[in-house]
Design a protein around this ligand. Sequence first.
Ligand code: FES
Ligand SMILES: [Fe+2]
Length: 464
Amino acid sequence: MTDSAATDSSMTDPSGGSMSDTVIVQSSWVDTGQGTVDRRIFSDQAIYQQELKRVFARGWNFICHESQIPESGCFFLSYIGEDQVIAVRDREGGLQVLLNSCPHRGNTVCRSEQGKARSFFCSYHGWNFDLDGKLVGVPGYKDFYRQQLDKQALGLQSAAKVESYKGFVFASLDKDAPDLKSYLGWVGRLGLDLIAERGDMEVIDGIQKNRIKCNWKLAVDNLFDWYHPKVSHGSAERIGMLDEKDLRYMNQMVMLGEFGHAIAGGDLTDEHLAEIEKTVAAGGKPDNPTDRAQVWRTTEAAKQALGPVGVRCYGHPNIFPNLWVSAVGPPQVCLRIPRGPFETELWWFTFVDKNQTDKEKAAVARVAGHIFGPSGLLEQDDGENWSHSTRGSVGAVTGQRPINFSMGLGLDKMTADVSGQNHVKSVVNEHAQLWLYRAWQDWMAADDWAQLRDKHSLPPDGVV
Ligand code: FES
Ligand SMILES: [Fe+2]
């Protein structure tokens, strides 16, 4: 991109050093007054490289769930942007997130997606790393290196910060990132609670991974989009795969959080929840599956954890930048991992309650697999649209015309709740999508966490 309004020639490396990369900052990428977004943010290579540093390396990224690495030595290979990381339990059972790159020549030291290891052995020259990343074995240390090698300094690089929220493991490569709980804020925490509070949750084996030729941001903004299902997923509705009741929640509730987290989707309403509660109190079960899937919300513990507004939330949360908590159907989360501006890898993690029977767990996996992931009917509908939208950002002329997120702009207002769970109540709208891009612009413009903390957009308290 050559017509940047403002550039500077240096940026802060999240790991503490200084990089010489040119930084692109253009305040008109996202026009919050018009509700438009510059298409070039989906296709420009320089913008993409800057995202990897300023969004992914700086932010907190979901890595895995603790149930996937239950014991010392258990590991799971994951990503922060394009940086591959190993999440592993060390010898004391602590959570480690290590960059999967040998300091000798850069080779990966772990090639398996998941498993149990005693150490990480590099297949190139045989350097061996302990579960906390320490370099503990160097072939030829005495004879070839003649004991002149700083083994202390040559361990695997650790993520700057690693924390877990109710079993969800996150890591940041930026030492200045705030603590995870503050980063998530109430909107991010509510998003994760919509799975964590359902029971004693664990991830079932078999992370479904597939690639779609699209920019990662278009996949993310779609999760807030309740405008498209009737059209994009019309065939799924016609064959009876989608319950008409799932599509009826056009009374929308939108929650906007600091740093770009948001939730958009249906409002179950207090009256509807009261009906479900009454049926359960009388010893029965709601008739339709959609309502049966909400029974977990009626316990005192769930109400406490979710809050008076959150308990009604039937929407799709995104933990900025790229974790969709899909809590409306089978409990799943989906990472949208960037693979260049034109490709995104989708990883689906499916959750069950440890106390469910094997038959019940298999049923969750079967339903989940038919909705999203490589065999999911809905994702095939969505993926095609995302690919074509990405393609539409490329042409010399096509790419010049901004895309539009103006639905409801200036027509709705934030409803304050005494609990602090402020939200927009309205019909279908595009507030959360525009919020995502507005936050993305904040992240791209800030040189470091100090600037981002000072200058990031705060959720509006009036008209949105
Ligand atoms: S690259 Fe790992 S030991 Fe040489
Ligand atoms: Fe969809």
